[in-house]
Design a protein around this ligand. Structure first.
Ligand code: ATP
Length: 300
């Protein structure tokens, strides 16, 4: 395995008039690593990726793909495949024609794997691209990128239009890519997604990389919001506050409590099993809410 990083950024910055969209970003992604690039809307993820692709000139700093400066577009792109957040395809081409065109542009395509991916993503490649939904356009771009087996995959929020079954397929493809030694740079604003597929994650906040963490460190950011509606008052639930992993227990009324859970739910579920619960609402907070909780403010 090459010792040269798949992706390296050094002091990478981009200013748009008064907005410092990316501020002094330094990071390294070795070959074979799935790196999650996490941040709320507007944090600077797409701007970073556009600089990495050579589509946008940095105001300061530099980036390299397998040692090639990203400004050397042809050489850098011979080692990478890219899926943008908003996939645009040639409207009059069928899905198959788009795939064939993309296969001719990139670093080479494994046609057997591509056929397998078309099947797994249930992509109807006979349709014209203009008739595709945004999710289907995303699938075409994902199939084309995964089928290249490029040593670096750069994916910018690639699953925003995918349904849960396809999201599962996407996660399998990422795992397969990592097993083959490909590096993946995955931008996302979904904590659950990066938690499922990434080895390491960088958190971007208002253009600055505030943290690079392994997945176990990231899990401390994770919490579940639980709201319990009761059929009748249950004052004994006050003791939930003493259970491990329960934070911020609130009694909203005689018949409703809410809490945040940071660990396994077993103890809470057992306690709830002993009272008369009418409705249970469990949800993952958005990344914005987690930031608010963790940093005490919503990123600008
Ligand atoms: N061409 C541009 N001109 C001026 N400002 C821009 C431009 N492109 C991006 N920005 C600003 O830079 C900041 C970062 O935007 P960017 O699109 O990189 O964020 P993001 O993390 O990708 O967000 P999202 O998840 O919404 O795609 C935002 O404040 C945005 O408004």
């Amino acid at each position: 395995m090459s010792a040269v990083p798949a992706l390296r950024a050094e002091g990478l910055s981009k200013r748009f008039s008064t907005t410092l969209a990316v501020d002094d970003l330094t990071l390294t992604v070795p070959p074979g690593e799935v790196f999650g690039f996490l941040g709320p809307n507007g944090a600077g993820k797409s701007t970073t990726i556009r600089m990495v692709l050579g589509l946008l000139r940095p105001s300061a700093g530099a980036a390299w793909v397998f040692g090639e400066p990203v400004a050397e577009v042809e050489r850098a792109h011979s080692r990478l495949a890219y899926v943008p957040a908003d996939v645009a395809l040639w409207p009059a081409f069928t899905g198959q024609e788009c795939l064939d065109l993309m296969a001719g542009l990139g670093p080479g395509t494994d046609l057997t794997y591509r056929a397998e991916l078309v099947r797994r993503f249930e992509l109807d490649t006979g349709k014209r691209a203009r008739a595709y939904s945004s999710g289907n356009r995303q699938k075409v771009a994902l199939v084309a990128a995964f089928a290249t087996r490029a040593p670096l995959l750069v994916l910018d929020e690639p699953t925003s239009g995918l349904d849960p079954l396809m999201e599962r397929e996407f996660r399998r493809c990422i795992a397969e890519a990592a097993e083959r030694g490909q590096a993946v740079f995955l931008s996302s604003h979904q904590l659950a997604e990066v938690e499922a597929v990434c080895h390491r994650v960088g958190i971007l906040r208002a253009g600055r990389l505030v943290e690079v963490a392994g997945m176990s460190e990231l899990r401390r950011l994770r919490r579940t919001e639980v709201v319990v509606d009761l059929a009748r008052p249950a004052p004994e639930l006050d003791r939930l506050a003493d259970l491990p992993g329960v934070v911020d227990l609130r009694r909203r009324s005689d018949l409703q409590i809410s809490l945040s859970l940071t660990g396994p739910p077993g103890a809470v579920l057992r306690a709830l099993g002993e009272v008369d619960v009418e409705r249970l609402d469990v949800r993952e907070p958005s990344l914005e809410e987690i930031f608010l909780d963790y940093y005490g403010e919503v990123p600008a």
